[in-house]
Design a protein around this ligand. Sequence first.
Ligand code: GTP
Ligand code: SPV
Ligand code: MN
Length: 592
Amino acid sequence: MTNNKQVLAWVEEMKNLVNPDKVMWIDGSEAQLDELRAIAVKSGELTKLNEELLPGCYLHRTRQNDVARVEDRTFICTTKEEDAGPTNHWYDPAEMYKKLYNIARGTYQGRTMYIIPFSMGPIGSPLAKIGLEITDSIYVVLNMAIMTRVGQKVLDTLGDSNDWVRGFHASCDIDPENRYICQFPEDNTIISVNSAYGGNVLLGKKCFALRIASYQGWKEGWMAEHMLILGLQNPKGEVKYVAAAFPSACGKTNLAMLIPPKYLQEKGYKIWTVGDDIAWMRIGADGRLYAINPENGFFGVAPGTNEKSNFNALESTKKNTIFTNVALNTDNNTVWWEGLDKNPPENAIDWKGNPWNPSMFVKADKSTYAAHPNSRFTAPAVNCPCISEEFDKGAGVPISAIIFGGRRAKCTPLVYQSKNWENGVFVGSAMASETTAAAAGAVGVVRRDPMAMLPFCGYHMGDYFQHWLDMGKKLGDKAPKIFNVNWFRTDDEGNFLWPGFGDNMRVLNWIIDRCEGKADATETAIGYVPKAEDIDLTDLDMDMDTLKSILTVDAETWKKEAAEIEEHYKKFGDKLPAELKNQLATLKANLG
Ligand code: GTP
Ligand code: SPV
Ligand code: MN
């Protein structure tokens, strides 16, 4: 399939290491993918779902110990430890290669080695990058064929170039004690062993498009961010693009596919989806910031996705989709998850592979749920009813606003605007959010997650902050405006105070109005907060007092927040840019 000498040498080296029975290059043809689907169904790796109701769809269950990203087993392997920084786990590259090769040696025996050439970004786009993933898992091949552009065309585009990322995956025994997700940014290399779950093994996604790409972006002057990209169309038919960084399972897919409230639809407002998880951004010829979505599909959270909360995501999963760790409805061979509808199947198999029925469900006990809280769908982007016409173009869309956000029951208001780019970088660097099921470990614990990149930044986070500041200097007055949102404020009983989902459009409209100088705001210690009357509550069952309560910036709460930010900043030592130190001092002064 290729004469590229570096590619062939690496494939040969890996082949000698793992000793497969067979080797298969993924050419991207439907015929070849179909052959693999048939093998996986026969072996039980995939379950074919109801062809009438869910054409081309399959269910896969992972091991119970392999259901999410594993941050404490994820390593950045750079020659110098300090280059990985205080927020990453570091390992010496030479030692890590040795360790990983010892784990992987001979493990493809009796198996097939699949070689997947893939492009992150539309093939041939000046913003795209190429990778190869070697794997022994058909599940990985079929997911990569949805999430990225794969096949012969990628190798043709690569030609003899050595500008490509090496991704090697070995399932081994799925042993959690020997699970390693390792990035070698200096070598453009990723190695993942002993997992067979999503983000750990679909190496184009978090490992390449964020960890490796953030490092490349730092060296080459562009940005790889954990951001959705959406286009907001106004009644005049103009489309403004927004990128938003929220931590895992904090609402990116939902915001990216938002359907506006009826009265706004009737006025002519509409949202177009460019991406739901990752943005690669470069300064264009006109000096503005342009973003592409490097992915080709959505690896979305299933629980909570329904016709009302996210119609477009649900529609996207109705054909050619792979479901991971959801429940199987055995009456009609379809899928179900908590929050899909109010009719759980009477006869089901839960995500662990055990018989399940609704009488077993106890709301407070997640272990009784039919679907795993981090169960997911892998759906082709072309299925999405609101996919943007810019999605496949590769030129990128000009970004008017960048939004940060997270899950904060208290403290952070519904929305505020930073005072300028520098202040916006401070807001992003100080972001915090409650942890979710997207990563192994405790759920609901508030932690600092700068720019939603804590698990994904491939280098020293202090250098990363500096890179953001430098990008702002280059962008000058063409820089996007920076905002922060929080859909997750709760009352004392834990009920969400803001309706969220489609109603987030009301906040997006304020954001766009601010970018165009059309909306008013109140200046507070943390930034510009909307006047309550400027958030349109038409058709909403919400009183002004509740709205005002989630727009309030409480000085005492924020003084505690500032103290926590100061603590968080200590980690970065000398690498903390002076601008951010000054920003924190200004915040403290503003709070009095
Ligand atoms: P990753 O794919 O892990 O990066 O997640 P994501 O950021 O794309 O999050 P997603 O949109 O899948 O939402 C995660 C969870 O948050 C789902 O259970 C949603 O139902 C819920 N959620 C999303 N938006 C809102 C919102 O506006 N309000 C509330 N209360 N919940 C939301
Ligand atoms: C996330 O955790 O942010 C995801 C899912 O998008 S994974 O691909 O597993 O990282
Ligand atoms: Mn994500």
